[in-house]
Design a protein around this ligand. Structure first.
Ligand SMILES: CC(C)(COP(=O)(O)OP(=O)(O)OC[C@H]1O[C@@H](n2cnc3c(N)ncnc32)[C@H](O)[C@@H]1OP(=O)(O)O)[C@@H](O)C(=O)NCCC(=O)NCCS
Length: 177
């Protein structure tokens, strides 16, 4: 599948910043009364997609959610706040960072509970990959995330190649038996 157009614009990190707040209800929790990991990943995916939409202004699909740390449990009744922004735009893909906090409604204590990196790919209305605007960083922190995103992309590509090689070796063993 080849992308269908040249990049048209540039966008700042600030213009992609997105935020979502949810109250954690019984349906979101496990038998211990803590937020389910899969439900948290769903919220992370949605908040990440918001930043990718704001950057690309087209449809996006999640290509990867590749690094997620569950640091602290989130409890029934907590207010969960997720913040996202694009770390770096490549050709048709964007890396988005999402950071998550839980607020105890009784004490007001706010705890950082999770962080994740996701890659979204821009898709036009015909299902073809679409080039995305390049990202402009305006602060030292944004520039650090921009630099780190390239390192993570290189790591992802190396890991993808390694798994492909491993599968090839496994297939060869199977074919020989
Ligand atoms: C993601 C998808 C569009 C990639 O399409 P493809 O034709 O395989 O694309 P390519 O391998 O040529 O890669 C296209 C871009 O996606 C990126 N990409 C593809 N797979 C990736 C992965 N697993 N992780 C990170 N980036 C990935 C590539 O780096 C490339 O980025 P660039 O254009 O910025 O350089 C395609 O695999 C797809 O549609 N997957 C299903 C998406 C989906 O349904 N998501 C929801 C799942 S629940």
């Amino acid at each position: 599948m080849s992308p269908n157009q040249e990049p048209v614009a540039t966008r700042t990190v600030a213009s992609t910043q997105s935020e979502m707040t949810e109250i954690i209800l019984p349906n979101d929790t496990n038998t211990l009364g803590n937020l389910l990991g899969g439900r948290l990943m769903h919220f992370i995916d949605l908040t990440g997609a918001m930043a990718a939409y704001r950057h690309s202004r087209t449809n996006v699909v999640t290509a990867a959610m590749d690094h997620i740390d569950f640091i602290e449990p989130v409890h029934l009744g907590d207010l969960l706040t997720l913040k996202s922004s694009v770390n770096r735009a490549f050709s048709t893909s964007m890396e988005v960072g999402v950071k998550v906090w839980a607020e105890n409604t009784q004490t007001g204590t706010v705890v950082h509970v999770a962080s994740a990196y996701l890659v979204f790919v821009a898709i036009d209305k015909n299902g073809r990959r679409q080039k995305v605007p390049q990202l402009i960083t305006e602060t030292a922190e944004e520039q650090r995330r921009y630099n780190d995103a390239l390192r993570r992309r290189e790591y992802r590509e190396a890991e993808h190649a390694r798994r492909k090689q491993e599968q090839k070796a496994l297939d060869a063993v199977k074919a020989g038996t």
